[in-house]
Design a binder for this molecule. Structure first.
Ligand code: MN
Length: 225
């Protein structure tokens, strides 16, 4: 199938390469991703400055469009201009760090999938629990297998999936559990510091607190990558 890949960590991020390698074996893949990290920009779009794009080759392998916009810009521009044919699926990620609870509203990874869903294209936002995760390639291969199941079952139009992986090898990933979004959020944490000119400023932390997403036991789906 035709797959559009994007993310919010930038076109050079390892999570995007992992998806590219997992999907390009069996699918026609196009990458349209921010030219730099744009995490936590939510569903913002660029209206007051030009949006530039550049065909980029990453490490001599994956070729894609690097866009100086947000993840939502990448999906909008990809669908409207850069792709010759509409993709059948949009996958965003793999984000290093879970996207769960209230925090999905800040996520550029999730926003890109939401943008695709709003355009009527099935989409998946994909994250792995830990920054510095070891098993991103396993998550990518599982994502590809899951995408075939999702396409086979057909998502309701306007729906996207927000997928979060534990940091585990492929043989330990036993299936999929659907969950209800929780109310966990970033803890309110502003560290007050002083700059060299003696002015105060703040640096916002992003530790989570509160209830994570609540598993719903009855929707287990085995997936065999
Ligand atoms: Mn990110």
């Amino acid at each position: 199938m035709r797959v559009l890949l994007t993310n919010d960590d930038g076109i050079h991020a390892p999570g995007l390469w992992a998806l590219y390698h997992a999907f390009s074996v069996r699918h026609q893949v196009t990458v349209v991703a921010p030219d730099r990290e744009r995490s936590a920009v939510g569903h913002g779009i660029t209206l007051h400055q030009p949006i530039r794009f550049e065909k980029t080759r990453v490490n001599g392998g994956m070729t894609g469009f690097a866009v100086n916009g947000t993840p939502a810009d990448c999906v909008k521009l990809g669908l409207a201009e850069l792709l010759d044919t509409a993709p059948e699926l949009v996958v965003s990620g793999i984000n290093p760090g879970a996207n769960v609870g209230i925090n999905v509203n800040y996520s550029g990874t999730v926003a890109a999938a939401k943008e695709a869903a709003m355009a009527g294209i099935p989409a998946m936002a994909v994250s792995i629990i830990a920054p510095g995760a070891r098993y991103v390639d396993a998550a990518a291969r599982f994502t590809e297998a899951l995408s075939l199941q999702v396409m086979g079952r057909r998502l309701p139009v306007g729906t996207f999936l927000n997928v979060n992986f534990p940091d585990l090898p492929l043989k330990k990933l036993r299936g999929v559990r659907w969950s209800r979004q929780g109310t966990g959020a970033f803890a309110q944490h502003f560290e007050k510091r002083t700059d060299p000119r003696d002015r105060s400023y703040y640096w916002q932390g992003c530790d989570s607190q509160g209830a994570y997403d609540q598993p719903l036991a009855r929707w287990d789906i085995p997936v065999n990558p």
